[in-house]
Design a protein around this ligand. Structure first.
Ligand SMILES: [Fe+2]
Ligand SMILES: [Fe+2]
Length: 454
């Protein structure tokens, strides 16, 4: 059944942190333009390295989360990549990961991808800007990504070893990386393992086993720690490492590989924090949606409370509202931030964000009943919404609440193609949609709620 208007207390379902973070890591994969499961596969590779190094159980715990969350800050540079390179951020990020380590290869890639499809003049301007400011631009983007990722990990109560591991992911053994241009052993061990695991998975999915072994060898001593590269070459002789990477059941196999400390159960408070953290990852993707998920969640709690949603259930509703747009991580900023009307093809891509929300949250066992409610926030009572074109009787009260809060916040915030509307004007537009797009009871409560909070 797709939709239910459940109003009973939230049922506590036990879930381990390893399982939960593993499922959420799929949201980071789509932000990086990587095939689904990239972070899980990187964690599989890196965890084998950790075991081979003889790390303690506590160290392997921290390594495990560094690997799964290495891309936690990745949404924060998407808009900037799009703006500077005039390129699709997802394709750019994906392509960049397979570029060689030399300056010539990097420049060739950047120039080939910059402002593709634009006029000669536009390309020349964009390329000229990169030539002039390339180093500062790269510094700024990597700094923002690393800082953001480490900050979010800290709010999720991970240790400083995990936060440092995420912060220094892009450092290279020869000192050519960022953000600190650290060299050799000065780079945290978890960052060195995570970078190797990242390179190995990208080349494995892109070009197969032999190419992976060759690429790790080739990058040894430049990007990668030579000791770890040698260790990987030995591990690569183990068929089980590759079978795991190619297994449909890798998620479960990885959880089984996790040290005991990683399998601690997640309580409701921590689940709230994780939902809020991923809401921040979504909001960081575009300057036009800064704070959107958080505001929709606050509105939904206020309106839910006024509509008689039980207190325990408003907590559930808040999580759904925080995560309703998580699928936008899979939509390029070229579309999200377009300063004009979307064409039909772009709209088609934009609409996929709702089904991406279902796919991502549907992986999280403990959020299984929340996923369809969050994913249905663009459904309309007259059946003309998306992604499923649900009919009125299939759209539950909680979805209707999120829908109206999302609508109100979208109208009262700046958008690439128009300025923020005053709330009176926004309410008038929403009122015009009552009965067709949005629910009348929800609208009346929204109107009262807005009046009381001004
Ligand atoms: Fe949306
Ligand atoms: Fe939204």
């Amino acid at each position: 059944m797709f939709h239910r208007a459940i109003t009973g207390p939230t049922k506590f379902t036990s879930v381990s942190l390893a399982e939960l973070v593993g499922a959420f890591s799929y949201a980071l994969d789509i932000t990086e333009g990587q095939p689904p499961g990239h972070c899980v596969r990187a964690c599989w590779i890196g965890s084998h390295i950790g075991r081979a190094l003889g790390l303690s159980s506590a160290e392997r715990h921290d390594l495990y989360y560094t690997l799964l969350l290495k891309d936690l800050g990745c949404s924060s540079n998407a808009a900037r990549i799009c703006e500077l390179y005039e390129a699709d951020d997802l394709a750019f990020k994906k392509g960049f990961k397979t570029v060689g380590t030399s300056l010539a290869a990097t420049l060739h890639f950047v120039f080939a991808k910059t402002a593709r499809g634009s006029s000669f003049g536009q390309r020349a301007t964009a390329v000229g800007n990169i030539l002039k400011n390339g180093v500062a631009i790269a510094d700024e983007m990597i700094h923002s990504r690393c800082t953001r990722g480490a900050d979010i990990a800290r709010t999720l109560r991970f240790s400083s070893a995990v936060c440092d591991g995420i912060y220094h992911l892009d450092e290279h053994w020869d000192g050519s990386g960022r953000p600190g241009h650290l060299r050799g052993d000065a780079i945290p061990l978890f960052s060195r393992i995570a970078l190797l695991a990242q390179v190995a998975d990208v080349f494995h999915t892109h070009a197969g086993r032999d190419a992976t072994i060759e690429e790790v060898r080739r990058r040894s001593g430049t990007w990668l720690d030579p000791t770890l590269a040698d260790l990987f070459a030995r591990l690569a002789e183990n068929e089980d490492l590759w079978r795991g990477l190619e297994s449909k059941f890798l998620d479960a196999r990885l959880v089984a590989l996790a040290p005991a400390e990683a399998s601690e159960p997640v309580d409701d408070d921590y689940l709230d924090s994780i939902a809020a953290a991923f809401g921040q990852v979504v909001d960081a993707k575009s300057p036009f949606t800064a704070g959107h998920s958080t505001r929709v969640a606050e509105f939904a709690m206020g309106i839910g409370g006024k509509m008689g949603v039980p207190q325990a259930r408003t907590r559930w509703l808040r999580r759904a509202a925080l995560l309703h747009d998580i699928g936008k991580l899979g939509v390029s900023n070229k579309i999200l931030d377009k300063p004009g009307k979307l064409d039909e093809t772009e709209w088609e891509v934009m609409r996929t964000h709702a089904s991406h929300t279902q796919e991502i949250l549907g992986r999280v066992g403990v959020l299984a009943d929340l996923a369809p409610v969050a994913a249905a926030h663009h459904e309309r009572l007259d059946g003309s919404g998306y992604p499923l074109g649900l009919q009125k009787h299939q759209i539950g009260r909680e979805t209707r609440i999120i829908t109206i809060c999302d609508f109100y916040d979208a109208l009262t915030a700046d958008r690439p193609y128009r300025s923020a509307m005053p709330s009176k004007e926004a309410l008038s537009i929403i009122e015009g949609e009552v009965g067709r797009g949005v629910d009348g009871d929800c609208f009346e409560v929204l109107r009262t709620h807005v009046a009381s909070s001004q």
